[in-house]
Write a protein that binds this ligand. Structure first.
Ligand code: ATP
Ligand code: MG
Length: 335
């Protein structure tokens, strides 16, 4: 097993906290964006209900999980009960109706991994992607949002990590690096592991929310208002957590043997999941278990080239957090 390198955090780390908090604040979307999103959603609802009166629109992804930056695109799921529908047909029909409804840049991508219709609303200048019956994404969006309610440091840390990943070009799944969703799960796992823990494991608690989607039972404790103050025994600041997060991924995570698992609130061994060898295109070089679709490794997009890019970026970030005079500037320098 890999040696876990223990290094002490720099003594002046808390001097950086104000800068990290200010960066976080600057990325939060202003209130007026929410009302524009609502306006667009109402417009789309009107168009959709003409053709499918029983269908519903759900916002998922960064606009609903509380990890969205200002000016994010909206991800929308059109949920239609009828099990016999043909998704491509629905998307093509939807694209037609949106076009007649004066929305711009309407495009149906029926062959994508997640088939969608793209559009831009000229009124609000918001772009959005609409998919059909991707209800699992709506449920995992709720899980992320519920975790974010428990301790504000999750949202703060995830904003810094996402901003770092976007600045450094390692938030591009088509280039073999990780999705925003994967980075947020890495942050949740990390805060579950702090001693004392900053986040609980909601899926390990009594289930107060339970739905079955695509034959997958999704159950967890969602009365998060009962968990306010859960992490208050841990006084770590945002800057300390950013330091420790990068230190963990640079020097402490056991890439050869471990899977991170938010579902179980700990790491699992790759052997137990049978993720030890390459199967098809899944190489399992960094393993992040999806909380509900547990056979799904969110690190599957990472290949033997991009794992090096990713690990070098974690090491660069860890070095900056340890030694740079001004880490909150240096960390986000474009690559
Ligand atoms: P960004 O601000 O970068 O747009 P985002 O929160 O919208 O971030 P994405 O990675 O674009 O994150 O994913 C959008 C949503 O799609 C996620 O919140 C999640 O619900 C779902 N999702 C994305 N990737 C996966 C995946 N590999 N497996 C399951 N669900 C996923
Ligand atoms: Mg998105």
């Amino acid at each position: 097993r890999m040696m876990k390198r223990q290094i002490a955090c720099r003594g002046d780390i808390n001097r950086m906290n104000g800068a990290f908090l200010a960066t976080y604040e600057s990325l939060i979307p202003p209130e007026e964006e929410k009302s524009k999103q609502k306006q667009l959603l109402a417009l789309l609802d009107g168009i959709v209900s003409k053709e499918w009166p029983d269908a519903r629109l759900y916002v998922y992804g960064s606009c609903a999980n509380s990890f969205g930056f200002s000016k994010s695109d909206i991800d929308i799921c059109l949920a239609i009960e009828d099990a016999n529908i043909d998704k491509s047909e629905v998307l093509l029909k939807l694209a037609d109706m949106l076009q007649s409804g004066n929305l711009q840049n309407v495009q149906a991508l029926t062959r994508a991994r997640v088939p969608i219709v793209k559009l831009m609303d000229p009124e609000t200048a918001i772009s959005c992607d609409i998919c059909v019956n991707n209800v699992l994404a709506v449920v995992n969006t709720k899980l992320l949002r519920d975790y974010a309610q428990i301790d504000v440091r999750l949202r703060q840390l995830a904003f810094i990590v996402k901003h770092w990943a976007k600045s450094r070009g390692v938030n591009e799944t088509y280039q073999g690096t990780l999705s925003s969703y994967a980075y947020v799960l890495m942050c949740i796992h990390f805060l579950q592991q702090r001693v004392p823990a900053i986040l609980p494991c909601l899926q390990g608690m009594e289930a107060t929310y339970c739905v079955t989607v695509d034959n997958i039972k999704c159950a967890y404790f969602d009365k998060v208002e009962k968990l306010y103050g859960f992490g208050s025994h841990n006084g770590e600041s945002l800057a300390q957590l950013v330091w420790a997060f990068f230190n963990y991924w640079a020097y402490c995570h056991d890439y050869a043997n471990d899977v991170i698992s938010v579902r179980s609130g700990s790491t699992l061994s790759k052997r137990v999941k049978d993720w030890t060898r390459r199967i098809g295109n899944d190489r399992h070089l960094i393993c992040i278990e999806d909380p509900f679709e547990v056979s799904h490794d969110l690190g599957r997009v990472v290949d033997k080239f991009s794992i090096r890019v990713l690990r070098e970026e974690f090491e660069r970030a860890a070095e900056i957090m340890q030694y740079a005079p001004n880490p909150c500037v240096k960390l986000f320098e474009p690559y």
